[in-house]
Design a protein around this ligand. Structure first.
Ligand SMILES: CC(C)(COP(=O)(O)OP(=O)(O)OC[C@H]1O[C@@H](n2cnc3c(N)ncnc32)[C@H](O)[C@@H]1OP(=O)(O)O)[C@@H](O)C(=O)NCCC(=O)NCCS
Length: 193
């Protein structure tokens, strides 16, 4: 196996130039992907929307966004490229969205997730999202219910402590979930050694 230089994950606001790469991840992640024009509209005309991309080297490996609805930051989209899953990229991205939401004055984070999406629900659970309701047959492709999840107030001491613990765990040099990916994952999604 070829050894490559370590790659650092970087998170920055999404731009229109990122849309093709974002849409490719969207296409392989969701049964009803957003079309490119929807992302363009979000970036160019939706003043409530903020989107981030995660880059590993030159490649976009994840993206996510929020809508600022008064004091709620509603997570509208969130996905990691399949080959990069289970490497903490999703955790880093959610941390960045939480930081952005706080910066913009949000008190809580909310989202909808397919009831059967165990991977996403597990990740959201680690961030303190709790189920608060169901939107029956919300997803048009298969009639699946949406679970509505929300966090406690971000300034609640327990919630702030949770975010602080996640931040420490993801910090460079932390024993688990280091901030640097050693290399790009191989086809099985493993980080190459
Ligand atoms: C859900 C998703 C974003 C997770 O991204 P990820 O980068 O793999 O997540 P992480 O590696 O940061 O995982 C964080 C935690 O989430 C949970 N998790 C992630 N993937 C999981 C899976 N397949 N099964 C069970 N738990 C999972 C685990 O608790 C994990 O921690 P661990 O690896 O220490 O056990 C990714 O699977 C994805 O893009 N899925 C398709 C799109 C999607 O469903 N988006 C959410 C729409 S609401």
């Amino acid at each position: 196996m070829v050894t490559r230089a370590p790659l650092t994950l970087r998170i920055r606001p999404m731009t229109v130039a990122d849309i093709p790469a974002v849409q490719e991840i969207e296409r392989v992640s969701f049964p009803v992907p957003w079309p490119a024009y929807a992302f363009r509209q979000e970036l160019e005309t939706n003043r409530l929307a903020r989107y981030l991309v995660v880059r590993a080297g030159p490649r976009i490996v994840a993206y996510g966004g929020i809508w600022m609805m008064v004091d709620e930051a509603h997570v509208t989209s969130f996905a990691v490229a399949p080959a990069w899953r289970r490497h903490g990229v999703g955790m880093r991205l959610m941390l960045a969205l939480a930081d952005l939401a706080l910066e913009l004055g949000a008190s809580v984070l909310t989202l909808e997730v397919r009831l059967g999406n165990e991977a996403a629900r597990a990740l959201y659970g680690r961030f303190g999202f709790r189920p608060v309701g169901i939107r029956p047959r919300y997803y048009s492709d298969n009639g699946e219910d949406a679970l509505i999840m929300t966090t406690d107030r971000l300034d609640d001491p327990a919630m702030a402590a949770r975010i602080a613990r996640i931040r420490v765990a993801l910090a460079p040099g932390a024993p688990e979930g280091e901030a640097e990916a050693d290399d790009e994952p191989d086809a099985d999604g493993e980080v190459a050694g």
